[in-house]
Design a protein around this ligand. Structure first.
Ligand SMILES: Cc1cc2nc3c(=O)[nH]c(=O)nc-3n(C[C@H](O)[C@H](O)[C@H](O)COP(=O)(O)OP(=O)(O)OC[C@H]3O[C@@H](n4cnc5c(N)ncnc54)[C@H](O)[C@@H]3O)c2cc1C
Length: 417
């Protein structure tokens, strides 16, 4: 079933009776060429590109809940390519290019909106760091514009420019950054993968990984054993637990990250804005809600709900920079479990077990990575070699210390990235 303007009109005139389910709800077969554990954004995009780019279609995605019920459906939907270090910058640059053609690629409205992101800075030192990052972004071929205080005011007149504690010195604008509707991204990749023959199996929890003589043989699940030539672990916040099923102890800590949404308001915030002196960033959804996020809860946890100190922190930061938000009523808040790596950068690699692969370490920024991560993971699984954009995302960098990508210069402490 294809989507088009013409189709919408035709269905609208004929009672919307012609729409069909977006994907097949498959039951598990006894064996596959590739089994992907985890039906989040990265698992779904990996399956899609395995089928699309490499013709590998005897693939199953095993999801313990429902597709898109994890972080891919819980994030604040921001898409950008403003990383600084080699390794990350070419990867996220590739991802943003894929985002720009994603709706045509998937024939699905993911509501990609390149409304621009402004990251504010509030001191001379922060200005230097912002300019350095902006130059790195431009060197990579992505866009970055320096805005002084008046430049920011032109775009965001409603910010508090008189705040003595956090004066706004300026910002870096990336016009190509923006938002996309998170669950539509999951649905679009699911539909595209299913159309190409991938089995999407929901309510199927992987409970064990079968390994014989150092070679992966398949998985144990809540719906029985499934054999597989290759198994890919893509379970974000649950990565540590799933890798433990293969006897691996990986350098990932799980922390909750919270987000908040206000009641629906008339359009008032037409950018993504990031406060540079505290943990607060915001955009407005197409439904009108102000969607804003914060920082990690600083203790490791598998609870997908947050606590009040983090909520208090984000509200204070919001009020410091955008006092008008105090008039909006908060509608709801939620949490997702982040897979925090020691250097704040991801892992896409083989494991010591033949045929077993690992994709994790997305920290709090893996939504924007969804297309490029699937692209690179599919390449690795299909060809046995890392894709050029993900060659630095090696698992052994944490044991050798060589090739770490400490993007935020926070050192090897998971909860500070
Ligand atoms: C509040 C919040 C705000 C965020 N904001 C942004 C943002 O603005 N921009 C951005 O780029 N990123 C953002 N992120 C991060 C981003 O959402 C994640 O990094 C990314 O979604 C993680 O990858 P995923 O989609 O594959 O994970 P998930 O959707 O969590 O997928 C993993 C899946 O694995 C399944 N699973 C786990 N264990 C098993 C098992 N044993 N068997 C079978 N299945 C299993 C889970 O049920 C889950 O569905 C945010 C995250 C949160 C929580």
């Amino acid at each position: 079933m294809g989507f088009s303007g013409w189709r919408v009109v035709r269905e609208g005139l004929s009672g919307n009776k012609g729409w069909t389910p977006h994907w097949r709800d498959a039951s598990p077969k006894s064996d596959y060429d590739v089994v992907i554990i985890g039906g989040g954004g990265h698992g779904l995009s990996t399956a899609y590109y395995l089928a699309k780019n490499h013709g590998v279609t005897n693939v199953a995605i095993l999801e313990k809940g429902y597709l898109g019920g994890g972080n891919v459906g819980r994030n604040t939907t921001i898409v950008r390519a403003n990383y600084m270090l080699p390794g990350n910058s070419e990867f996220y640059s590739h991802s943003l290019k894929l985002w720009e053609g994603l709706e045509q690629e998937l024939n699905y409205n993911v509501m990609m909106s390149q409304r621009g992101q402004i990251v504010l800075f509030h001191s001379d030192g922060e200005r230097d760091a912002a300019i350095r990052r902006g130059n790195a972004m431009r060197n990579q071929g992505d866009d970055a514009e320096f805005l002084d205080r008046e430049g920011v005011r032109k775009h965001l007149p409603y910010l508090d420019f008189g705040n003595a504690r956090y004066p706004i010195y300026g910002g870096i604008l990336q016009r190509r950054a923006g938002t996309a509707r998170h669950d539509a991204v999951a649905w679009g990749f699911a539909r595209g993968a299913s159309e190409r023959g991938v089995d999407l199996i929901q309510n199927c929890e992987v409970t064990g990984i079968d390994i014989e003589g150092g070679v992966v043989k398949g998985v144990q699940t809540s719906r029985g054993a499934i054999r597989a030539k290759k198994v890919v672990m893509i379970t974000a916040g649950r990565s540590g637990q799933v890798a433990a099923m293969a006897g691996m102890r990986i350098p990932i800590e799980s922390h909750v990250l919270q987000a908040f949404v206000s009641e629906g308001l008339k359009p008032c915030v037409d950018h993504v804005i990031s406060f540079g002196a505290g943990h607060f960033y915001i955009s407005q959804s197409d439904k009108g809600g102000l969607v804003f996020g914060s920082y990690l809860d600083l203790y490791a946890s598998y609870a997908a709900r947050g606590n009040l100190p983090a909520a208090e922190h984000v509200m204070e930061a919001a009020m410091a920079i955008m006092p008008m938000i105090g008039k909006a009523r908060l509608l709801r808040s939620w949490g997702g479990i982040m897979d925090m790596s020691p250097d704040g950068s991801p892992i896409i690699d083989k494991t010591p077990t033949e045929g077993l692969y690992l994709n994790c370490g997305w920290n709090y920024g893996g939504f924007k990575a969804v297309p490029a991560s699937g692209w690179a993971t599919a390449h690795l699984v299909a060809t046995g070699n890392p894709h050029e954009t993900s060659a630095r995302f090696r698992l052994d960098r944490f044991s050798t210390g060589y090739g770490l990508m400490d993007e935020e210069a926070t050192g090897a402490q998971h909860n500070l990235h």
